[in-house]
Ligand binder design. Structure first.
Ligand code: G6P
Length: 369
């Protein structure tokens, strides 16, 4: 039965561990003869995508964080402007509709009231075309969009979204490449991303899942805290936000997320020996900047937990613990670094005796505005 917990104590843990399968199952229908095939978005995909000169993304909650990653991917790969906004805010600010803009909604359920209202608003407002990236094929969002990409995460029961999010990130990589093809991306670069990143994503996810025991040890150190700070830069900033959201949702620990460069503009004042700081710091062009930000935090006595594929760049101590991540391409890092943050929130929640799958005050699908 697809919706039993099986050997797992909670749906959330089962769904976290299903992610490499979910990733494989989401990628496979998008491939034809080993190449990404845009007809997976619908029969009119090629015609509609041809005219796209900009993208506007709207979503809620965890799906919104996927949208933030989507903006980085679309702008860096396809070189076209991309906006991203909470669906609950979008239609209340008289948005200007630039010509030839693709309107993208992201949703696990496809029934979130604010996201559906944003889509309906966009259809009236004259967007070039609409695309739903969604986990439920029969949903309102899919039915009412011109194009759709179905994530194949399978049923997600835990209120805190996990596998729906990582499959959305994969979907956004794919859609970014469809747009990038039209904007001068070297076909060899597309082939490299497809073969060495997207097709290998499931293995990197498995490598991240293998950190489970170590994450559980970190969770023990967080369980009695009242506050926490998550840091990331660039495309990892939305992942810091998502890590903080996961922790808030199910552990009820106050968690904030900041881009490392903003620390000095406020949150540094919060840092002392009682503040755990969880940082996503993959190697890459922002690594040295992030390292500098983490030194600022360490100098104020904060307790650091660093996720990185460059452990040799940090000297470890009780106040600076390093979890070694697999090395992946920048386009895949958000997906892979999400895994330990999900596990962290899960373990802290279990240790606090909370209802992991059904946290207080929250619903899986919010069908009222
Ligand atoms: C609720 C859920 C979240 C989810 C959000 C958006 O708040 O608790 O986990 O991210 O809705 O849901 P959607 O189905 O549109 O992705």
């Amino acid at each position: 039965n697809a919706v039993s917990k099986g050997e797992y104590p909670h749906y959330m843990l089962k769904e976290i561990f299903e992610q490499s399968t979910a990733i494989r199952q989401t990628l496979s229908p998008a491939l034809s003869n080993d190449r990404l095939d845009e007809s997976c978005l619908g029969d009119s995909a090629s015609t509609l995508l041809d005219g796209v000169k900009a993208v506007q993304i709207c979503a809620c909650g965890t799906s919104y964080h996927a949208g933030m990653v989507g903006r980085y991917l679309i702008e860096s790969l396809a070189k076209i402007p991309c906006g991203v906004e909470h669906a609950s805010e979008f239609r209340y600010r008289s948005p200007v509709v630039p010509a030839n803009t693709l309107f993208v909604v992201l949703s696990q359920s496809g029934e979130t009231a604010d996201t559906l209202a944003a889509l309906r608003y966009a259809r009236e407002a004259g967007y070039h075309a609409t695309l739903a990236i969604c986990n439920v094929g029969s949903s309102s969002l899919v039915r009412e969009s011109d194009l759709s990409f179905l994530t194949q995460a399978g049923p997600e029961i835990g209120v805190a979204s996990t596998k729906a999010f990582t499959t959305q990130l994969l979907a956004l990589n794919i859609v970014s490449l469809f747009l990038a093809r039209r904007n001068g991306l070297d076909p060899q670069v597309e082939a490299d991303i497809t073969n060495t990143s997207l097709k290998q994503a499931c293995f990197a996810v498995d490598a991240a899942l293998a950190l489970d025991d170590k994450i559980s040890e970190v969770a023990e150190q967080l369980v009695d805290r009242e506050h926490s700070l998550f840091l990331g830069r660039g495309v990892m900033y939305p992942i810091a936000l998502e890590g903080a959201l996961k922790l808030k949702e199910i552990s009820y620990i106050h968690a904030e997320a900041y881009p490392g460069g903003e620390l000095k503009h406020g949150p540094l004042a919060l840092v002392d020996e009682n503040m755990p700081i969880i940082a996503a710091a993959p190697g890459g062009k922002l690594f040295a900047k992030m390292q500098g930000n983490l030194q600022e935090v360490a100098a104020r006595g904060g307790q650091l937990f660093i996720l990185t594929d460059k452990p040799e760049e940090f000297s470890t101590s009780h106040d600076c613990q390093v979890l070694t991540m697999p090395t992946v391409d920048e386009v895949l890092a958000p997906l892979v670094y999400t895994i330990p943050l999900q596990l962290l929130a899960y373990h802290v929640s279990v240790m606090r005796g909370n209802n992991v799958d059904q946290p207080r005050n929250l619903a899986k699908s919010v069908t009222v505005e």
